[in-house]
Design a protein around this ligand. Structure first.
Ligand SMILES: [Fe+2]
Length: 296
Protein backbone atom coordinates (compact mmCIF):
# COMPACT_ATOMS: atom_id res chain seq x y z
CA UNK A 1 0.00 0.00 0.00
CA UNK A 2 1.40 3.42 -0.86
CA UNK A 3 1.31 6.68 1.07
CA UNK A 4 -1.88 7.76 -0.67
CA UNK A 5 -3.75 5.04 1.18
CA UNK A 6 -3.47 7.12 4.34
CA UNK A 7 -5.02 10.18 2.69
CA UNK A 8 -8.68 11.12 2.79
CA UNK A 9 -10.57 10.17 -0.38
CA UNK A 10 -10.62 13.57 -2.09
CA UNK A 11 -6.98 14.43 -1.37
CA UNK A 12 -5.72 11.11 -2.66
CA UNK A 13 -7.77 11.44 -5.85
CA UNK A 14 -6.51 14.87 -6.72
CA UNK A 15 -2.87 14.23 -5.82
CA UNK A 16 -2.21 11.37 -8.20
CA UNK A 17 -1.87 10.60 -11.83
CA UNK A 18 -1.04 7.21 -13.27
CA UNK A 19 2.60 6.30 -12.75
CA UNK A 20 2.81 4.04 -15.79
CA UNK A 21 2.67 5.65 -19.23
CA UNK A 22 -0.37 4.94 -21.37
CA UNK A 23 0.39 2.27 -23.97
CA UNK A 24 0.00 3.13 -27.65
CA UNK A 25 -3.59 3.10 -28.94
CA UNK A 26 -4.38 -0.50 -29.87
CA UNK A 27 -7.57 0.16 -31.85
CA UNK A 28 -10.74 -1.94 -31.88
CA UNK A 29 -10.91 -5.54 -30.68
CA UNK A 30 -13.21 -8.46 -30.08
CA UNK A 31 -13.42 -11.11 -27.41
CA UNK A 32 -11.81 -14.27 -28.77
CA UNK A 33 -14.40 -17.08 -28.84
CA UNK A 34 -13.81 -20.69 -29.93
CA UNK A 35 -16.71 -20.47 -32.43
CA UNK A 36 -14.65 -17.99 -34.46
CA UNK A 37 -11.23 -19.70 -34.49
CA UNK A 38 -11.57 -20.99 -38.05
CA UNK A 39 -13.07 -17.77 -39.44
CA UNK A 40 -10.21 -15.80 -37.91
CA UNK A 41 -7.46 -18.10 -39.13
CA UNK A 42 -8.93 -18.52 -42.60
CA UNK A 43 -10.06 -14.98 -43.20
CA UNK A 44 -7.71 -12.52 -41.48
CA UNK A 45 -10.68 -10.29 -40.53
CA UNK A 46 -10.27 -6.56 -39.90
CA UNK A 47 -9.95 -6.76 -36.14
CA UNK A 48 -7.10 -4.90 -34.47
CA UNK A 49 -6.71 -7.19 -31.47
CA UNK A 50 -8.36 -9.90 -29.40
CA UNK A 51 -9.17 -10.08 -25.73
CA UNK A 52 -8.83 -13.62 -24.36
CA UNK A 53 -10.42 -14.99 -21.21
CA UNK A 54 -7.28 -15.97 -19.30
CA UNK A 55 -8.83 -19.01 -17.60
CA UNK A 56 -9.67 -20.63 -20.95
CA UNK A 57 -5.99 -20.97 -21.80
CA UNK A 58 -4.37 -21.90 -18.52
CA UNK A 59 -4.24 -25.65 -19.04
CA UNK A 60 -0.89 -26.50 -20.64
CA UNK A 61 -1.14 -28.21 -24.01
CA UNK A 62 -4.38 -28.93 -25.82
CA UNK A 63 -6.35 -27.33 -28.60
CA UNK A 64 -7.28 -23.96 -27.01
CA UNK A 65 -3.67 -23.00 -26.36
CA UNK A 66 -2.59 -24.20 -29.82
CA UNK A 67 -5.26 -22.03 -31.44
CA UNK A 68 -4.32 -19.08 -29.28
CA UNK A 69 -0.67 -19.41 -30.30
CA UNK A 70 -1.69 -19.30 -33.97
CA UNK A 71 -3.96 -16.30 -33.50
CA UNK A 72 -1.35 -14.54 -31.37
CA UNK A 73 1.12 -14.92 -34.23
CA UNK A 74 -1.17 -12.65 -36.31
CA UNK A 75 -2.89 -10.36 -33.82
CA UNK A 76 -2.10 -8.48 -30.60
CA UNK A 77 -3.91 -9.90 -27.59
CA UNK A 78 -4.84 -8.73 -24.11
CA UNK A 79 -5.69 -11.02 -21.17
CA UNK A 80 -8.95 -10.70 -19.25
CA UNK A 81 -9.46 -12.77 -16.09
CA UNK A 82 -12.64 -13.69 -14.24
CA UNK A 83 -11.25 -15.50 -11.19
CA UNK A 84 -8.91 -13.11 -9.40
CA UNK A 85 -11.58 -12.26 -6.80
CA UNK A 86 -9.71 -9.12 -5.81
CA UNK A 87 -12.39 -8.21 -3.26
CA UNK A 88 -12.43 -11.48 -1.35
CA UNK A 89 -11.05 -11.83 2.16
CA UNK A 90 -9.53 -15.19 1.24
CA UNK A 91 -5.78 -15.01 0.60
CA UNK A 92 -4.84 -14.12 -2.98
CA UNK A 93 -4.56 -17.43 -4.84
CA UNK A 94 -0.84 -17.74 -5.59
CA UNK A 95 -1.33 -20.77 -7.87
CA UNK A 96 -3.82 -18.83 -9.96
CA UNK A 97 -1.52 -15.83 -10.16
CA UNK A 98 1.37 -18.08 -11.21
CA UNK A 99 -0.81 -19.46 -14.01
CA UNK A 100 -1.73 -15.93 -15.13
CA UNK A 101 1.93 -15.00 -15.13
CA UNK A 102 2.92 -18.10 -17.09
CA UNK A 103 0.27 -17.44 -19.75
CA UNK A 104 1.39 -13.82 -19.98
CA UNK A 105 4.99 -14.94 -20.49
CA UNK A 106 3.81 -17.15 -23.34
CA UNK A 107 1.49 -14.83 -25.24
CA UNK A 108 2.87 -11.42 -24.24
CA UNK A 109 -0.44 -9.59 -23.81
CA UNK A 110 -0.52 -5.82 -24.11
CA UNK A 111 -2.20 -5.73 -20.71
CA UNK A 112 -3.93 -7.92 -18.12
CA UNK A 113 -7.31 -7.12 -16.61
CA UNK A 114 -9.81 -8.57 -14.14
CA UNK A 115 -12.86 -7.31 -12.27
CA UNK A 116 -13.47 -5.14 -9.24
CA UNK A 117 -15.54 -7.77 -7.46
CA UNK A 118 -15.41 -10.88 -5.33
CA UNK A 119 -16.26 -14.35 -6.62
CA UNK A 120 -16.16 -16.45 -3.47
CA UNK A 121 -15.13 -16.87 0.13
CA UNK A 122 -13.80 -19.61 2.43
CA UNK A 123 -12.41 -21.43 -0.59
CA UNK A 124 -15.79 -21.60 -2.35
CA UNK A 125 -16.16 -20.13 -5.82
CA UNK A 126 -19.63 -18.82 -6.68
CA UNK A 127 -18.62 -18.27 -10.34
CA UNK A 128 -20.21 -14.85 -10.39
CA UNK A 129 -18.79 -11.34 -10.37
CA UNK A 130 -20.28 -9.99 -7.15
CA UNK A 131 -20.21 -6.31 -6.14
CA UNK A 132 -18.45 -5.13 -3.01
CA UNK A 133 -19.74 -2.94 -0.20
CA UNK A 134 -18.16 0.43 -0.96
CA UNK A 135 -16.57 1.09 2.43
CA UNK A 136 -13.19 2.39 3.53
CA UNK A 137 -12.44 -1.03 5.00
CA UNK A 138 -13.14 -2.78 1.68
CA UNK A 139 -11.15 -0.11 -0.14
CA UNK A 140 -8.06 -0.72 1.97
CA UNK A 141 -8.41 -4.47 1.49
CA UNK A 142 -8.67 -4.19 -2.30
CA UNK A 143 -5.83 -1.67 -2.55
CA UNK A 144 -3.51 -3.96 -0.59
CA UNK A 145 -4.46 -6.95 -2.73
CA UNK A 146 -4.00 -5.09 -6.01
CA UNK A 147 -0.52 -4.19 -4.76
CA UNK A 148 0.21 -7.86 -4.11
CA UNK A 149 -1.05 -8.88 -7.55
CA UNK A 150 0.89 -6.17 -9.36
CA UNK A 151 4.04 -7.13 -7.46
CA UNK A 152 3.71 -10.76 -8.54
CA UNK A 153 2.80 -9.99 -12.15
CA UNK A 154 5.41 -7.25 -12.38
CA UNK A 155 2.99 -5.01 -14.26
CA UNK A 156 0.02 -2.73 -13.77
CA UNK A 157 -3.38 -4.40 -13.57
CA UNK A 158 -6.56 -3.06 -15.19
CA UNK A 159 -9.69 -3.42 -13.05
CA UNK A 160 -13.15 -3.46 -14.61
CA UNK A 161 -16.39 -2.15 -13.13
CA UNK A 162 -18.99 -4.95 -12.92
CA UNK A 163 -22.73 -4.71 -13.50
CA UNK A 164 -24.76 -5.25 -10.32
CA UNK A 165 -28.21 -6.11 -9.13
CA UNK A 166 -27.91 -5.22 -5.46
CA UNK A 167 -26.33 -2.61 -3.23
CA UNK A 168 -25.23 -2.78 0.41
CA UNK A 169 -26.61 -0.65 3.22
CA UNK A 170 -23.04 -0.54 4.60
CA UNK A 171 -21.67 1.36 1.57
CA UNK A 172 -20.10 4.70 2.50
CA UNK A 173 -19.38 5.96 -1.01
CA UNK A 174 -20.58 5.49 -4.57
CA UNK A 175 -19.25 2.79 -6.87
CA UNK A 176 -17.47 5.37 -9.00
CA UNK A 177 -15.77 6.94 -5.98
CA UNK A 178 -14.68 3.48 -4.86
CA UNK A 179 -13.30 2.49 -8.27
CA UNK A 180 -11.47 5.79 -8.65
CA UNK A 181 -9.94 5.45 -5.18
CA UNK A 182 -8.81 1.88 -5.80
CA UNK A 183 -7.11 2.95 -9.02
CA UNK A 184 -5.42 5.97 -7.47
CA UNK A 185 -4.31 4.39 -4.20
CA UNK A 186 -3.21 1.07 -5.73
CA UNK A 187 -1.77 2.77 -8.82
CA UNK A 188 -3.64 0.46 -11.15
CA UNK A 189 -5.52 1.19 -14.37
CA UNK A 190 -9.20 0.98 -15.29
CA UNK A 191 -11.11 -1.05 -17.85
CA UNK A 192 -14.34 0.86 -18.16
CA UNK A 193 -17.28 -1.28 -19.21
CA UNK A 194 -19.75 1.17 -20.74
CA UNK A 195 -22.59 -1.36 -20.83
CA UNK A 196 -22.04 -2.25 -17.16
CA UNK A 197 -22.28 1.41 -16.18
CA UNK A 198 -25.52 1.70 -18.14
CA UNK A 199 -27.00 -1.54 -16.74
CA UNK A 200 -26.22 -0.56 -13.15
CA UNK A 201 -27.39 3.02 -13.67
CA UNK A 202 -30.84 1.74 -14.68
CA UNK A 203 -30.97 -0.93 -11.97
CA UNK A 204 -29.91 1.44 -9.19
CA UNK A 205 -31.12 4.78 -10.57
CA UNK A 206 -27.85 6.69 -10.71
CA UNK A 207 -26.52 9.11 -13.34
CA UNK A 208 -24.27 7.22 -15.77
CA UNK A 209 -22.64 10.47 -16.88
CA UNK A 210 -21.68 11.27 -13.27
CA UNK A 211 -19.93 7.88 -13.20
CA UNK A 212 -17.91 8.79 -16.29
CA UNK A 213 -17.06 12.23 -14.98
CA UNK A 214 -15.58 10.73 -11.80
CA UNK A 215 -13.09 8.53 -13.64
CA UNK A 216 -9.44 9.67 -13.71
CA UNK A 217 -8.77 10.20 -17.41
CA UNK A 218 -5.19 8.98 -17.47
CA UNK A 219 -6.06 5.65 -15.87
CA UNK A 220 -8.79 4.55 -18.30
CA UNK A 221 -7.00 2.15 -20.68
CA UNK A 222 -9.79 0.12 -22.28
CA UNK A 223 -13.54 0.22 -22.94
CA UNK A 224 -15.87 -2.77 -23.02
CA UNK A 225 -19.10 -2.69 -25.01
CA UNK A 226 -21.79 -5.37 -24.90
CA UNK A 227 -25.49 -6.08 -25.14
CA UNK A 228 -27.78 -6.88 -22.23
CA UNK A 229 -31.28 -8.22 -21.53
CA UNK A 230 -34.14 -6.00 -20.43
CA UNK A 231 -36.49 -7.74 -17.97
CA UNK A 232 -39.20 -5.09 -17.81
CA UNK A 233 -36.85 -2.31 -16.81
CA UNK A 234 -34.44 -4.44 -14.77
CA UNK A 235 -31.33 -5.00 -16.88
CA UNK A 236 -29.19 -8.15 -16.83
CA UNK A 237 -25.67 -8.13 -18.27
CA UNK A 238 -26.10 -11.16 -20.52
CA UNK A 239 -23.76 -10.34 -23.44
CA UNK A 240 -26.20 -12.07 -25.77
CA UNK A 241 -27.62 -9.16 -27.81
CA UNK A 242 -26.28 -6.38 -29.99
CA UNK A 243 -25.36 -3.15 -28.24
CA UNK A 244 -28.39 -0.88 -27.71
CA UNK A 245 -28.61 2.81 -28.61
CA UNK A 246 -28.42 4.18 -25.02
CA UNK A 247 -25.12 2.32 -24.56
CA UNK A 248 -23.80 3.73 -27.85
CA UNK A 249 -24.80 7.19 -26.59
CA UNK A 250 -22.92 6.61 -23.34
CA UNK A 251 -19.95 5.42 -25.40
CA UNK A 252 -20.08 8.71 -27.34
CA UNK A 253 -19.90 10.60 -24.05
CA UNK A 254 -17.00 8.41 -22.91
CA UNK A 255 -15.04 9.02 -26.10
CA UNK A 256 -15.64 12.76 -25.82
CA UNK A 257 -14.27 12.64 -22.27
CA UNK A 258 -11.42 10.15 -22.58
CA UNK A 259 -10.40 10.42 -26.24
CA UNK A 260 -9.10 7.46 -28.21
CA UNK A 261 -9.28 4.47 -25.88
CA UNK A 262 -8.93 0.86 -27.13
CA UNK A 263 -12.44 -0.56 -27.38
CA UNK A 264 -13.72 -4.11 -27.66
CA UNK A 265 -17.06 -5.89 -27.88
CA UNK A 266 -17.92 -8.81 -25.60
CA UNK A 267 -20.34 -11.44 -26.87
CA UNK A 268 -20.76 -14.61 -24.81
CA UNK A 269 -24.13 -16.06 -25.84
CA UNK A 270 -26.16 -16.15 -29.06
CA UNK A 271 -22.78 -15.75 -30.68
CA UNK A 272 -23.26 -14.65 -34.30
CA UNK A 273 -20.99 -15.01 -37.32
CA UNK A 274 -17.78 -13.06 -36.95
CA UNK A 275 -18.83 -10.68 -39.74
CA UNK A 276 -21.76 -9.47 -37.63
CA UNK A 277 -19.45 -8.55 -34.76
CA UNK A 278 -16.96 -6.93 -37.14
CA UNK A 279 -19.85 -4.77 -38.44
CA UNK A 280 -20.81 -3.84 -34.86
CA UNK A 281 -17.18 -2.99 -34.17
CA UNK A 282 -17.28 -0.66 -37.17
CA UNK A 283 -19.98 1.36 -35.38
CA UNK A 284 -17.56 1.85 -32.48
CA UNK A 285 -14.81 2.88 -34.91
CA UNK A 286 -17.14 5.39 -36.59
CA UNK A 287 -18.29 6.86 -33.28
CA UNK A 288 -14.77 7.23 -31.97
CA UNK A 289 -13.59 8.68 -35.29
CA UNK A 290 -16.36 11.27 -35.52
CA UNK A 291 -16.19 12.30 -31.84
CA UNK A 292 -12.44 12.81 -32.00
CA UNK A 293 -12.63 14.61 -35.35
CA UNK A 294 -15.25 16.95 -33.94
CA UNK A 295 -13.13 17.59 -30.83
CA UNK A 296 -10.10 18.40 -33.01
FE1 LIG B 1 -17.01 -6.22 -19.48
Amino acid sequence: MNVASQMPVSAAASAHTASVAKPAFLGFGLGLRAQHYDEILNGNPQIDWFEVISENYMIPGGQPLRMLDRIRARYPVVMHGVSLSIGSTDPVDSDYLAAVKALAARIEPHWISDHLCWTGIDGRNLHDLLPLPYTEEALQLVVARVGQVQDVLGRQLLLENVSSYLTYRASEMSEWEFLREVAVRADCAILLDINNIYVSSINHGFDALAYLRAMPKDRVRQFHLAGHSDLRGHLIDTHDHPIVEPVWNLYRAAVRQFGAVPTMIERDDNIPALSELVAELQIARDIQGSCIERAA
